[in-house]
Design a protein around this ligand. Structure first.
Ligand SMILES: C[S@@+](CC[C@H](N)C(=O)[O-])C[C@H]1O[C@@H](n2cnc3c(N)ncnc32)[C@H](O)[C@@H]1O
Length: 265
């Protein structure tokens, strides 16, 4: 058992897990029957969900390319999910081959698959830890082995904070991570929202999963950027954050906000 009684030492196949639902909807292969069933229910409740997840990956790619383009050479990706292609380290290394990346997730399957796939990738590591204990994440020896907290870091919180309930104070979690980062660091964040369509049915699919889905409004998501300066265009519906082509059809219904911000102080 980990923090808060969280199960981090075994793989629970009796309940759907966010990482495996996400993998299923993105066309991956690391999921069980419960995850496929939950994924199909999600797609029925929110028909644009697959397009939304692809748009989320595309947003992360654009954001990572931007941040690495400013000269940042290390990435801490918390709630990284199962390996996918292109993964964050692949995108980053197209910009700068020596970028160091640590992936963090609380799902043991993510850790196992990450170890298998990333073992060859030099400075890239994967750590089993829980975002709800941010000091344990930034204090983890395997994080310190790769990340130098005296140099700017790109902190990625892609589609993960909506799995943290208000009771766990997600704003404080982000503030704790922020305080571990030096000036010149970046926060890349995406978050599910019900601002563009009623997502209560989609939300209820997660009620039996290992983490609930906590949709938040624009104002609530913007609060996570306290202590950072949001880059243009600010917090945006993800297909419209610095698009590098025409946004895919149906983008207006995609229920994700995304933003990139710089820590100045
Ligand atoms: C929807 S996936 C997002 C993957 C990737 N960041 C992206 O945006 O494409 C959410 C990931 O967050 C992980 N996760 C959920 N709650 C977490 C927590 N408390 N600590 C660490 N990881 C968590 C899940 O296991 C899953 O892999």
């Amino acid at each position: 058992m980990g923090q808060d009684g969280l199960r981090t030492d075994g793989i629970d196949t009796s309940r759907p897990h966010p990482a495996r639902i996400y993998d299923y909807l993105l066309g991956g292969k690391d999921h069980f029957e419960v995850d496929r069933q939950a994924g199909e229910e999600l797609a029925a409740a929110a028909p644009e969900v697959r397009a939304g997840l692809r748009a989320n990956r595309a947003f992360l790619g654009r954001a990572v390319r931007h941040v690495i383009g400013t000269g940042v050479s290390q990435i801490l990706d918390i709630g990284c999910g199962l390996p996918t292609s292109p993964d964050v380290h692949e995108t980053a290394r197209q910009q700068a081959p020596d970028v160091r990346v640590v992936y963090v997730d609380n799902d043991p399957i993510v850790k196992a698959q990450g170890d298998a796939l990333l073992g060859r990738a030099g400075a890239t590591g994967i750590v089993l830890a829980d975002l709800r204990d941010p000091l344990a994440v930034v204090g983890h020896p395997d994080v310190h082995r790769v990340i130098d907290f005296d140099e700017p870091v790109a902190l990625l919180l892609g589609a993960v904070l909506h799995f943290i309930t208000d009771a766990k104070n997600p704003a404080q979690i982000v503030a704790t991570l922020r305080d571990a980062l030096p000036a010149g660091s970046f926060l890349v964040l995406s978050h599910a929202t019900g601002d563009f369509a009623d997502r209560s049915r989609a939300q209820s699919v997660y009620n039996r999963a290992t983490a609930t889905l906590n949709l938040r409004s624009r104002v609530e998501v913007e609060r996570f950027f306290a202590g950072f300066d949001l880059l243009e265009p600010g917090l945006a519906q993800i297909p419209f954050w610095r698009p590098d082509g025409p946004p895919p059809a149906g983008s207006e219904a995609i229920g994700f906000y995304g933003g990139v911000a710089r820590r100045t102080g």
